[in-house]
Design a binder for this molecule. Structure first.
Ligand code: NAD
Ligand code: UD1
Length: 361
């Protein structure tokens, strides 16, 4: 298939693009590189041994977006592009509504114009808010508690209304639990800018010696060891879920919602312990106050995806941590900074097609 991937240079996008290329699909990526590097796409192309088309476009630039979508003529879109930092969304809500909601609106209009009406959307378990109805089912009441979460909720609703108004749309809302891990090559992975908000990248930076200790947000939850429990899912399992959803949509109209999680939870202390064991490095930690807005436990009921899509997560916590450590230790500073400048200096396409893994200007 001819597939357009928005946000394809990002963490989950790059792993999904790799799988799509490996499955023989023709892939075009649209990204503004606001939270990613073109280097990830170059490594993806090199790992797959196949190229892809990349467009340096912001979804908020409706005109360039519509032109590119018209040119690409995709049969389906996987829509990852979005901002995702909860704290930043509280400080700058309008930036989040504009980027995520308006960006998606522009994308849907461009798709409609190009007669492409199949979309897989990156939603999040964050739409379940502080629900304690565990495990979380697709029909658990939605109740996001911060602007980031509400952008996901609004987009889900916009997609539902769109499908209700026009039966030609094929839509999947995929609610991810906690994506972690990296491709086993250690060449692509999550490259957080600044201080990581999420647990696993933070722990990885403590293990590599970039940060002194992990602050464990709360040790008095009603969980087995008192720390928060989450459903961590390997990014490659998540990527496979997108291919399964696309396959399902090829002969199913309307809106479909699937949780993508493992169904099992791990506590903060279990993650820290696994990381210390697998990396062989000390991971000092200190129990501090609870983080406002956190729930004690969150894990998926993943049966719907298994029944409808024949999909289930295969990789366990050990594999997630081992792959995360492989990526972190091979790329202690993430993707090289120089590549950001290179996008302007050289054509993006030439850059991605280049064969040398180390970039010098
Ligand atoms: P990411 O930041 O690594 O990737 C997002 C990509 O979108 C980046 O390459 C960024 O440059 C691009 N982008 C952002 N705004 C854009 C715009 N206006 N125009 C063009 N490109 C733009 O994030 P990720 O972890 O890969 O997440 C992908 C999607 O999955 C996001 O929508 C996120 O909200 C959602 N999600 C992520 C998680 C998680 O924990 N990583 C959990 C649930 C849902
Ligand atoms: C966070 C986001 C959520 C998003 C999800 C996946 C918040 C409030 N929620 O949720 O919207 O969908 O990531 O990207 O940010 N922890 C520590 N120390 C740390 C970091 C985290 O103890 O330095 C704990 C947390 O309290 C939690 C667990 O680790 O119990 C996981 O945290 P995190 O990785 O931030 O994910 P979520 O809280 O699930």
């Amino acid at each position: 298939m001819r597939i357009l991937v928005t946000g394809g240079a990002g963490y989950i996008g790059s792993h999904t693009v790799l799988l799509l290329l490996q499955e023989g699909h023709q892939v075009s990526v649209i990204d503004n590189f606001s939270n990613s590097s073109p280097e990830s796409l170059r490594r993806v192309a090199s790992l797959a041994g196949r190229s892809l088309d990349a467009y340096h476009i912001d979804l908020l630039d409706a005109e360039s977006l519509a032109q590119a979508v018209g040119e690409i003529k995709p049969e389906a879109v996987i829509h990852f592009a979005g901002l995702k930092a909860v704290g930043e969304s509280v400080a700058q809500p309008l930036k989040y509504y504009k980027n995520n909601v308006v960006g998606t609106l522009n994308l849907l209009e461009a798709m409609n114009k190009a007669e492409c009406r199949t979309i897989v959307f990156s939603s999040s378990a964050t739409v379940y808010g502080e629900s304690t109805d565990l495990p979380l089912h697709e029909n658990t009441l939605r109740n996001a508690t911060n602007p980031y979460g509400r952008t996901k909720l609004h987009i889900e609703e916009m997609l539902e209304e769109l499908a209700a108004s026009d039966s030609r749309w094929h839509i999947a809302n995929l609610r991810y639990f906690n994506p972690v891990g990296a491709h086993e090559s250690g060449l692509i992975g999550e490259d957080p800018q600044g201080i990581p908000n999420n647990l696993m990248p933070f722990v990885a930076q403590v293990a590599i010696g970039k940060r002194a200790e992990v602050q464990v947000f709360g040790g008095d939850y009603l969980t087995a060891d008192g720390t928060g429990v989450r459903d961590y899912i390997h990014v490659l399992d998540l990527a496979t879920g997108h291919l399964a959803a696309l396959d399902y949509l090829s002969n199913s109209q309307g809106v479909h919602v699937w949780n993508l999680g493992t169904g099992a939870g791990s506590s903060v202390l279990e993650v820290i312990d696994a990381f210390a064991r697998i990396s062989g490095r000390p991971v000092p930690y200190r129990i501090t106050e609870r983080r406002p807005g956190d729930v004690a436990e969150s894990y998926a009921h993943p049966e719907k995806a298994r029944l409808d899509l024949g999909w289930k997560a295969e990789r366990g916590l050990e594999q997630m941590v081992a792959d995360m450590w492989n990526w972190q230790s091979n790329n202690p500073d993430g993707f090289p900074e120089a590549n950001h400048q290179l996008v302007n200096a050289k054509s993006l396409q030439d850059f991605i097609r280049g064969s040398s893994p180390t970039i010098t200007e």
